[in-house]
Write a protein that binds this ligand. Sequence first.
Ligand code: ASP
Length: 345
Amino acid sequence: MNPGSKTSILVIYTGGTIGMVKDPESGVLKPFNFDNIYQQIPMLKLLDYHIGNYCFDPVIDSSNMNPRFWAAIAEVIEKNYESYDGFVVLHGSDTMAYTASALSFMLENLNKPVVLTGSQLPLGMIRTDGRENFITSIEIAAARIDDTPVVPEVCIYFENQLLRGNRTIKYNAENFQAFKSPNYPSLADVGVYIKYHHANIRKPNFKNLKVNSRMDNSVSILKLYPGISENSVKAIVQTEGLKALILETFGSGNAPTEAWFLSLLEKTIKKGIIILNVSQCQGGSVEMDKYQTGVTLQNIGVISGNDITTEAAITKLMFLLANENSTPNIQKKLSISLRGEITTN
Ligand code: ASP
């Protein structure tokens, strides 16, 4: 930012309910173009910031999000990084936690705020939650102390809470409070004041931004359930080209100890496929040494996902597979926190 000049925020519009309108014929919600947003919130123009905008064409329902689109968002941020003080990404809430996680890995040495937000009701509706989400996100992206951004990380702002992006999950399809971060406290709570919890926020490292936009989606997720069949497990672990698998386990990382199951996993790991143990529980951590059912997984080479969310785990694997040159390096990086996505001590 030039001294004396206005704080500048780039709003990147990808789509989602916040900017949707009802199709008059079918009655279903469809993404609409960006001009709609300014028509709906004319007071945006009253904020004392320079607000630029970048609108994807076409805008999408976030169920159509994919790694190419993540790369495109990261590249827009990279191209505009020097010209703006912060970024607000308007995004559908359905896959927002995946995008926030992916961006956190792609944007290495991020020293400016990237705030994702959206809404449960479109801006055009009287009871919309989008107006407050959008305006407060801009305030957060613009917040600075001594010319240093207050929140230099990828985060999600939704219904009065600012959460670390790669710790967040969408857990409610209809409450305005749609997101939570079960294993990491909020970065800020918003009421009359925006109360930042500075101790929870990542510190800037003042290094140059490095954008790693490549992702390798040779990954899959196997969610366990009592009664899972050998054929179902086989179908997943024998997927052509598979390089890494998230095993969504019970409780603190437990799985059946049946011989056929363990032998399938062992063969998979011997083929060089990484298996990461992530709990189906939203809160708490994988602790494979707690029960015999976890120890057996550890013994065959399954890696602990610690307290990572599935959203962060899948995007971290895509990121590591595309950017690391050896399996041991990937295994090592899975056990450490790259962007605050797991608790290590
Ligand atoms: N289906 C919408 C989307 O994720 C829901 C939303 O925006 O809240 O794009």
